[in-house]
Design a protein around this ligand. Sequence first.
Ligand code: NAI
Ligand code: MG
Length: 363
Amino acid sequence: MAKYRIAWLPGDGIGKDVAEAARIVLDRLDVDAEYIHGDIGWEFWRTEGEPLPKRTLDMMKETDCAFFAAITSKGRDVADAELLPELQGKGFVYRSPIVRMRQLLDLYICLRPCKAYPGNPLNYKDLIDLVVFRENTEGMYIGVEFPKVPEEFYAVKGTEKLPRDAAISLRAVTPGGSERIVRAAFEYAQKYGRKRVTAVHKANVLRQTDGVFMEAARKVAAEYPEIAFNNANIDAMGMWLLKDPYNYDVIVTTNLFGDIISDLCAQMVGGLGFGCSGNIGTDYAVFEPTHGSAPKYAGQYKVNPIATILAAKMMLDWLGETDKGAQLEAAVAEVIKEGKVRTYDMGGDSGTLEMAEAIAAKL
Ligand code: NAI
Ligand code: MG
């Protein structure tokens, strides 16, 4: 029996292209793993009314971790119209499979390393190397939304003037949820010799929710006196990151702000072709590139697989296969530096699998 059982979730669109590329390098590394395919994505919404079927979740629970590429999701109107006619009007509601995985499996850390590799023509300014810790289970993404203001809300002070047709979202921030993500950021800083943790918030406006977050952040920070701690407002942070990205080391923030900040950081190190992430809980994790299914490129083997390959590196590290993880990263860095094989986003015309083969050839 293989040492690791890995749930393999290519999804749809370019997800299938990049997952195939990742397997080329994992197979070359000879990871002692069994990869178990799981259904996920738009096709299963259309035909079953569930983009993350229960059989997939059940299978995941029998594995050590999961590797996920990308899926298509669409807005409410389109989603309902694309359901098979026999499923329409039966009460199926589209829910983001990724958000669900994070919540159901309590994958509270969204870890997004943003590291520039020398020679990448897409690098912003000089070599950036920072890490974003995004809270992954609460905040703005708890999924509690109302199409119009519920009557009982008008009893709450401050809502008297709300128009009745306002759609409402609730944001939940708990002391426990905040503490554990901030602690994860500090633990990471300590383990990898990072010097500073920056907590990002909007506590001057979102006084209650970000008040809770910052209180937890300060409390945890006090336990790590050797690591510098500071904080920034989310809006200012966008500005400072563009101006002086080298000032930041580890960034920790709530769900929505982390979603935005991590895309900004990913763009500074090459964009969607380079952004990788880990959704990590206490004993399970799902690794993925941050990009989506880019339908216009689906099946063309044209997009950059490096984001996905770096997600595989994160998975190897998390499994404890740190030597293999380091080898893989070194191979990626070498191919980028040589500049002979480049996908279209890097200004070249190499294909997805060609890039994967070039990386595998360095292993
Ligand atoms: P996207 O990330 O799929 O693609 C946007 C554009 O970025 C592409 O058209 C392409 O030009 C570029 N791009 C993306 N990945 C690339 C790669 N590996 N190499 C080179 N260029 C790359 O985002 P978009 O177009 O907003 O969404 C498409 C679909 O993906 C939607 O249905 C969306 O809901 C879904 N999505 C899924 C995610 C996931 O599976 N985690 C995340 C984001 C979007
Ligand atoms: Mg995002």
